[in-house]
Design a protein around this ligand. Structure first.
Ligand code: M6R
Length: 610
């Protein structure tokens, strides 16, 4: 949940580290800090509460000069956001460390180290690691060996980067349960939690495996695996443009990412569908074999990705006729399961580093599922590396904490997967061709919805002073309503709840009055008439309705009903298209309320802790 970055170079590293932190800020932003080993072989450190901009401002007056450094942007887990809890943490005045993750046994180590005379200045778990390494250093005299010895005693999840003033030509990094990537330069090398941080300085990356520990020097990288064997990790090139981490002409990343959807949905389809059918082989060389005889699909994910899984359940059961269960990873991982024979385990994650999703996958691999399929947006992420079969979404880097293009590309990938599975289960060719045709129309339909941006911005004014809202949908639009409600609460801090419209009269209707806007997604489908009856129930209680519907749904604007007309879409692809106006609505409400759209309070983009 925090972001770490490090560099060893011929040039001064302060600028590289600051830019890296700016690009990692989506991971956490309650405080930031940096430590650099200066020419006099001492550790200089700067730490500030607040965003990276506060650190940058402070460093303008007090720059840190040096060719080796580490930096951190924090999302607090142990101890409040404050200067003393900000990273880098130090042991004495020679050793500095940055950490992303959680050390579970930090209390017992803290007591032990205290007993040996180490003094603690913060409430963090990280400071324990600093002292543990320093203690080892006193006897071993080598930073690399000291870090190795220290991590043997740690329980939990961590990516660490450590420097020592007595060894000013290298940094030592390791990972266990938290992401870490090495950026390979020419005469300089870098490390970060995410390759995006390093795009201004390199496009070549090496992903550490779980348990790896690496020695990073200007002119060399040496890695040992968990068993202490020297290993080489493959170097991959970053495929997306280096500018993908910039806002460009947009005011916020979220808006940019909403507008990118027609292009990235198309990119996710590319090479996977012809005009009439899905290319099963494009899902992986072993796809046919793995999908054959799948009798059940178990989907696991968190947050927005979970909502994508909920939509997929409607598709998988309707088109493939295969039973499908969906569960949030944090629940799945802590209960006993009855695993049906030939169950495919399907994880969905934008980042591929969500701790609960990864833990569920790791359990599943031991538990006898047929195979593990991942739908993921980050190449080289843990999820991708640990799954049997992977369908990459082509959303490109998503920086806004609120997930937008990741969701619609996940849906695109899930629909393609569903069709491949459905074909194995006897979906007639004509029906496959009809749906593939509908998928090809989606990018254009999403562009049509984006053209309604001005009208949606107008509509958003009605939400500005509200404290609560309801979102309704039926069938596969229910998860769309859930996703719309998540977006609104996440970035505008307005309490939003979603219900399947048929549930309204079983309780939530009691909440409806003129202060409770009710947003409804109502494409024309088998359920639209029933949905309209639900809308009448709201109107009769004085509720104000905001309905997104196509012409065929025939929902008429009236007193208390605002209707936004969307393009006509195939019922199967409607969840993808109907998500977009809800993203725009939340965005505009948040802008009107003046909240921090891209970095909403208390949240982080990549939830790499439990
Ligand atoms: O990277 P993941 O897709 O695994 O992340 C899961 C959730 O943390 C994420 O979708 C979260 O709910 C978003 N902030 C929602 O906008």
């Amino acid at each position: 949940m925090c972001g770490i970055v490090g560099a060893v170079s011929e040039r001064d590293v302060q600028g590289i580290l600051l830019e890296g932190l700016r690009r990692l800020e989506y991971r956490g932003y309650d405080s930031a800090g940096m430590a650099v080993i200066g020419g006099d072989h001492s550790v200089q450190r700067a730490r500030e509460v607040g965003k990276v901009a506060s650190l940058a401002a402070a460093m303008k007056t007090n720059p840190l000069a040096g060719h080796l450094g580490i930096a951190h942007t924090r999302w607090a887990t142990h101890g409040e956001p404050s200067q003393i809890n900000a990273h880098p943490h130090m042991s004495g005045d020679r050793l500095a460390i940055v950490h992303n993750g959680i050390i579970e046994n930090y209390q017992e180590l803290r007591e032990e180290l205290r007993g040996e005379g180490f003094e603690f200045t913060s409430q963090t778990d990280t400071e324990v690691v600093a002292h543990l390494i320093e203690k080892n250093y006193r006897s071993l005299g080598s930073l690399y060996d000291s870090v190795r010895a220290a991590i043997a005693r740690l329980r939990g999840a961590y990516a660490l980067a450590v420097v020592h003033a007595d060894e000013p030509d290298h940094l030592v990094v390791c990972r266990e349960g938290s992401p870490l990537v090495i950026g390979v330069g020419i005469g300089e090398n870098f490390i970060a939690s995410d390759q995006l941080a390093l795009l201004p300085v390199t496009d070549r990356f090496m992903f550490l495996e779980e348990g790896d520990i690496a020695d990073i020097r200007k002119d060399g990288i040496a890695i040992l695996d968990r068993e202490g064997q020297s290993v080489e990790r493959e170097i991959t090139r970053f495929e997306h443009g280096a500018d993908s981490a910039d806002k460009g002409e947009y005011r916020h990343f979220m808006l940019k990412e909403i507008y990118e959807q027609p292009r990235v949905i198309k990119a996710t389809m590319e090479g996977r569908v012809t005009n009439t059918r899905v290319l099963e082989q494009a899902l992986g060389t072993d796809a046919e074999n793995l999908l054959e005889n799948v009798r059940h699909v178990q989907i696991i994910a968190c947050g927005t990705s979970y909502h994508a899984g909920m939509v997929a359940r409607y598709w998988i059961e309707e088109l493939a006729g295969v039973p499908c269960s969906v569960e949030v990873a944090s629940e799945f991982r802590y209960r006993k399961h009855v695993i049906q024979q030939d169950t495919l385990f399907l994880c969905i994650s934008q980042s591929g580093e969500t701790a609960d999703t990864l833990a569920a996958l790791r359990q599943a691999k031991k538990a006898g599922f047929r195979a593990a399929l991942a739908i993921c947006n980050v190449p080289g992420s843990s999820l991708v590396r640990e799954s049997d079969l992977v369908i990459m979404t082509q959303a490109g880097p998503e920086i806004g904490v609120a997930s937008t293009k990741a969701f619609t590309t996940q849906l695109t990938a899930l629909l393609i997967f569903t069709l491949a599975l459905a074909r194995q289960n006897g979906l007639p060719e004509e029906q496959e061709a009809e749906i593939v045709k509908a998928i090809h129309l989606v990018p254009g339909q999403v562009s049509d919805v984006l053209a309604l941006d001005g009208e949606i911005a107008e509509m958003s004014k009605a939400f500005m002073d509200k404290h609560h809202s309801l979102f309704l949908g039926r069938g596969s639009q229910f998860p769309v309503a859930l996703e719309g409600a998540l977006k609104l609460k996440e970035i505008s801090y307005i309490h939003a709840e979603a219900y399947p419209a048929g549930e309204l009269k079983h309780g939530p209707l009691a909440l409806v009055d003129s202060e409770m806007p009710v947003v409804t997604v109502a494409p024309n489908n088998d359920l639209v008439e029933k949905l309209k009856s639900n809308l009448e129930e709201v109107r009769a209680r004085g509720g104000e309705l905001f309905v997104f519907a196509d012409k065929m749904a025939n929902v008429k604007p009236d007193e208390g009903i605002h209707v936004m007309q969307l393009p006509s879409v195939h019922p199967i692809t409607a969840p993808i298209v109907y998500t977009v106006p809800l993203q725009l609505l939340s965005y505009h409400v948040a802008v009107l309320k003046g909240t921090d759209v891209d970095q909403p309070r208390n949240l982080a983009k990549s939830v790499t802790v439990e």
